[in-house]
Design a protein around this ligand. Structure first.
Ligand code: PMP
Length: 379
């Protein structure tokens, strides 16, 4: 039985063309980019070309791009680095990734006040009733669990001069992202979400924004993120982003049609189910559905045995079996909350993969539903 990978919001496979672009910088041009000799100069050239290419693809200046180990580090760098000193007021959406929520909790413990923006039933954030006067506002571009796209441009205008951090990890490579047009102060991304390597991401930071570094001990990247840079990983990020941008229209069309196929198939063979997040207008890569009555962890295990890889809520909370804080913030009923499965797609999948996945999901759902009364009797 061939496994079917439907967990592309957790991570995506590295494309062979990306590996080909990176490999020379791992094996041959292995110098330290800070070294003045020929080995170092070659690595530095690769690193700075990658910075220029990635920044241009995202509508930023090269000196506005700071390479990091991924989006978790970039989010931490932005939130701790731009929030200033307590006491201050921070405003954020409650549907952010834990790598934004947890730093905000830490800042709250350090004396900041954190206010949460309202979210509607589709997972879309609005500023209604919230005072924009804040030291820092944080709202993501596309949600990792529902695919909801947030009105970041409008929110940045509403924030009117406050520093604004946007976690664009699930959006970059999947929809056009132009840093300056979004009007935000900082923006985070991670290469492994768009078929690049794991362990590299970036923080885009507006020229002139005052960032307090999180780590100290080197002059690299203007001291904003000291430490030896990996030219190979940076080249991988830029190559993956370049491919994603050039192929975006085709990939989006493919993924949109796979999503429709999957939803039609599931409605036909695994009803009743509910779709979490926007039916239209979100990123089509995410199919979050609930099978009321079932338990998400039991379904996930059954699907793993059946060779379908997916996730319950976000990958980071699925290990702990806690219900998704994102769906909770959207106010979904308990039965929907506890039975949510997130299938996330990529353009590498085929219609036949989707048909087979739907067949396996429907079989698992039917079997679990048959067992439901007995299981409930045991409880
Ligand atoms: N933000 C969002 C919206 C994400 O989906 C993820 C990955 N799950 C992250 C941040 C963290 O990214 P990384 O794995 O690069 O640390």
């Amino acid at each position: 039985m061939d496994p079917i990978y439907l967990d592309n919001n957790a991570t995506t496979p590295l494309l062979p063309a990306v590996w080909d672009a990176m490999r020379p910088y791992a094996v041959e041009a292995y110098g330290n980019p800070a070294s003045a000799h020929a080995f170092g100069r070659r690595a530095r050239r690769g690193l700075e070309d990658a910075r220029e290419q990635a920044a241009a693809l995202l509508g930023a200046h090269p000196d506005e791009l700071v390479f990091t180990s991924g989006a978790t580090e970039a989010n931490n760098l932005a939130l701790f680095g731009l929030s200033g000193d307590p006491p201050g007021r921070l405003v954020a959406s409650p549907v952010e990734h834990p790598s934004v929520i947890e730093p905000l909790n830490q800042l709250a413990a350090a004396g900041f006040t954190v206010e949460w923006l309202p979210v509607d039933g589709q997972g879309v954030v609005s500023p209604a009733g919230i005072n924009p006067a804040a030291g820092l506002v944080a709202v993501m571009l596309a949600n990792h669990e529902t695919g909801a796209v947030q009105p970041v441009c409008a929110l940045a205008e509403w924030a009117d001069g406050a520093a604004f951090h946007c976690d664009a990890t699930q959006a970059v490579g999947k929809m056009p992202v132009h840093f300056h047009e979004l009007g935000v102060t900082s923006l985070s991304l991670s290469a492994h979400k768009f078929h690049g390597p794991k362990g590299v991401g970036a923080l885009l930071l507006r020229r002139g924004a005052k960032l307090r570094p999180r780590t100290w001990g080197g002059h690299q990247q203007a001291g904003r993120r000291p430490g030896t840079e990996s030219a190979a990983l940076a080249v991988g990020l830029a190559a993956a982003l370049d491919l994603a941008c050039r192929d975006m229209q085709r990939r989006t069309t493919v993924v949109r049609s796979l999503r429709e196929r999957m939803l039609t198939g599931l409605h036909g063979s695994a009803a009743p189910l509910t779709l979490n997040g926007p039916a239209e207008g979100g990123l089509p890569h995410t199919v979050s559905v609930s099978f009321p009555g079932l338990k998400a962890d039991a379904l996930l295990m059954a699907l793993d045995l059946a060779g379908v890889a997916c996730s319950a809520g976000s990958a980071c909370s699925s290990g702990s079996l806690l219900p998704s804080p994102v769906l909770r913030a959207m106010g979904v009923p308990d039965a929907v909350l506890h039975s949510a499965a997130r299938f996330s797609l990529s353009a590498l999948l085929t219609p036949a993969d989707i048909d087979e996945a739907v067949r396996r999901i429907a079989a698992a759902v039917r079997r679990l539903r048959q067992n439901l009364p007995a299981a409930q009797a045991r409880d």
